[in-house]
Ligand binder design. Sequence first.
Ligand code: GLA
Length: 387
Amino acid sequence: MNTQELVALCNQQFNEKFGENPQKIVLSPGRINIIGEHIDYNHGFVLPAAIDKYICFAISKNDTADCNIISLDLKDEYHFKITDKIEPVSQNWVNYFLGVFNQVQDKIDSGFNIVFSSTVPIGAGLSSSAALECGFLFGLNHFFNLNLNKEQIAKMGQKAEHTFAGVNCGIMDQFASVFGKENHVIFLDCDTLDYQYAPADFGDYTLLLLNTNVKHNLQTSEYNNRRKECEAGIALIQSKYPEVKNFREATMEMVEDLKEEMGDVVYRRSKFVVGEISRIQELVKSLEKNDFENVGKLMTTTHYGLSKDYEVSCEELDFLVDNVLLEEGVLGARVMGGGFGGCTINLLKKTEVENVIEKLSKAYQEKFGIALTPYQVSVSEGTHFYA
Ligand code: GLA
């Protein structure tokens, strides 16, 4: 489904359910990340971009006390009153809305109707949850004059994830969804939230996503564990090197020096983080020089670090990366996002895309009996109203 069809569907269904046109349509995008994985919560840099896959919200204020939210994709609805006590509920998708609503409830003086649908696949590592949180808040910001700027929207989206979805995530996904810019990647300093846009131009090469269509249920608990392991790593570094504020200021020598004290797991996590923080800076320089070969190499190094040291990959993702790298014209590949399933991101010659999709789909089907879903995405604008 393309974006126009998505908007038309939400419009039409809103009309059917509520007997009028929606007052606004919000489009909130998913994101990719070129490099800088599991680095946002470690005070490093990341290089994400919003993509042309969206959650579409048809929204109206209804001048009653009733809030009605209808998910077309899940064929589910949720209803509550603006004065209700807001707490997490058993329907997972609802918690993203409630986690946002909870933060602004005292400023909401009317109910609203929402119909939403998505072309961001769920559980694919493209951050449908950030798109949901930020898109909803973007809509509320308009209707209830909340005067929130983009940074506040991103941070409140992240808070919803922490408090109502139980994922202690960093800021990358929400930031990318809100700040995305057409044909640009965002070089984001996760410490200061300073950012710069750089052209998403890969010359004769392009990015291709391959969705494993698996989502291992360790995702949330292991994500939160990684944060704790990194906290343990930086605490040990600081105990010996008190001048080090965070992982950005740590060096590989320090990590090696503390190898014994850290123990195997914390050592490998810390090694990955320090390596990844320096890789992203090198990758940005390579992009500026159009050195796509090196961009690809760095992406692949990241993959093996995420797989072996950070341990957030899985058999299906490793299989795709190992095999895609055997194909002509592929410069690099890696698991993208939180891990434990979802997509790989691949940098390859534009002319080889069809061949790679065909070969990998066949191999993946044969090996796992699962169909692979390829996505050729364009880099797009962040959360916005559909005019
Ligand atoms: C998830 C989180 C992000 C980030 C990535 C890994 O997508 O929501 O904050 O940590 O994993 O880079």
